[in-house]
Design a protein around this ligand. Structure first.
Ligand SMILES: NC(=O)c1ccc[n+]([C@@H]2O[C@H](COP(=O)([O-])OP(=O)(O)OC[C@H]3O[C@@H](n4cnc5c(N)ncnc54)[C@H](OP(=O)(O)O)[C@@H]3O)[C@@H](O)[C@H]2O)c1
Length: 295
């Protein structure tokens, strides 16, 4: 049964792959939403859009004023400064009455050393004193249909050249739907009992990129093939998105490892345990996303 709450919830990354799906789930639970992103969304009943940019502290107050809960999606290309941005946004949050925070963080960051930029964001949250939930999903299914903030090439390659060009080889990933990630976040933002916990939402089957290509072929109605690349396209895309050279080098190595090592080929019950529903399969996702691959 869904909670009926009257909380005001700040959703950062409101235009993103999780944020966009989270907002209607929060509204259905009775919450009101402050939808924060750089591009201003249109207003709707229950949704108050605000312009918000992590790199511009003058946008923080309008975003955080009077909210009871926050969904945090940190910067586009994780750099050291993002932990400071999160620390600044959360300065005074506990005293101001913020009761719940959900941070979207990548899979495996809990094991990273404290100086890792992504782990530093999690640690900044821990020092805020606000009860929080860490949601660290494996890679999203929607990367194949909606792209990544810093890399559109994946979906374009499928649509224009019938290929998934990426590093990864035979490595498996249990790709997760952002619908399921949003469902966990909606519950943790509006119900008690989820704070102080960490979840690693994963899909129901570890897939190689060749198997991903087969699912997409079936849904798109034409053959899509997997073409293995080295990390160069990822490094170049990170550079184009504004990452400093050393960040681009390091992050591209991390991405290749994530896709080729099988480390994200995990199975767990986190989605079932929190939402009461099994995770969506890649085949279900692909049928719903087929329009993205149409020429
Ligand atoms: N993609 C994956 O497979 C995956 C897996 C696990 C975890 N994650 C985590 O999920 C998060 C989302 O990643 P994603 O690549 O998939 O992105 P996304 O959800 O497609 O979009 C990210 C959101 O961030 C906003 N944004 C970008 N730059 C911003 C800035 N300077 N200030 C404020 N908002 C900004 C964007 O809106 P505007 O451009 O309108 O501002 C957009 O709403 C990341 O933190 C990532 O670590 C991703």
């Amino acid at each position: 049964m869904e909670a009926n709450v009257s909380a005001a919830v700040l959703v950062t990354g409101a235009t993103g792959k999780v944020g966009r799906r989270l907002i209607p789930l929060l509204l259905r639970r009775g919450a009101t939403v402050r939808a924060a992103s750089r591009s201003l969304l249109p207003a709707r009943t229950g949704i108050e859009p605000v312009r918000f940019d992590w790199t511009d502290e003058s946008t923080y107050e309008a975003a955080r004023k009077g909210v009871d809960a926050m969904f945090l999606v940190a910067g586009p290309v994780p750099q050291a400064a993002h932990a400071d941005y999160v620390g600044a946004l959360l300065d005074g949050a506990a005293e101001a009455g913020v009761e719940k925070i959900v941070l979207l963080s990548p899979y495996g960051v809990g094991q990273a050393p404290p100086e890792n930029p992504l782990r530093r964001i999690e640690l900044a949250l821990e020092t805020s004193g606000v009860p929080h939930t860490l949601v660290r999903p494996v890679a999203f299914m929607q990367n194949f249909s909606e792209g990544l903030r810093w890399r559109e090439a994946l979906v374009e390659g499928i649509r224009e050249r019938d290929e998934i060009a990426a590093p990864g080889g035979d490595g498996v990933v249990s790709y997760v739907s952002t619908e399921d990630v949003a469902a966990i976040a909606a519950i943790a933002l509006t119900e008690d009992g989820y704070q102080g916990k960490a979840y690693a939402p994963a899909g129901p089957e570890p897939l190689t990129l060749t198997e991903v290509a087969e699912h997409i072929s079936w849904a798109a109605g034409r053959r899509i093939r997997y073409v293995e690349t080295d990390r160069t396209p990822i490094r170049d895309a990170l550079l184009a998105a504004g990452a400093p050279p050393e960040t681009a080098e390091h992050n591209s190595q991390v991405y290749v490892h994530a896709f080729s090592s099988g480390a994200q080929g995990v199975l767990n019950d986190d989605i079932l345990d929190v939402t009461g529903r099994p995770p969506r399969s890649f085949a279900e996702f692909a049928v719903g996303a087929a329009a993205a691959w149409r020429r």
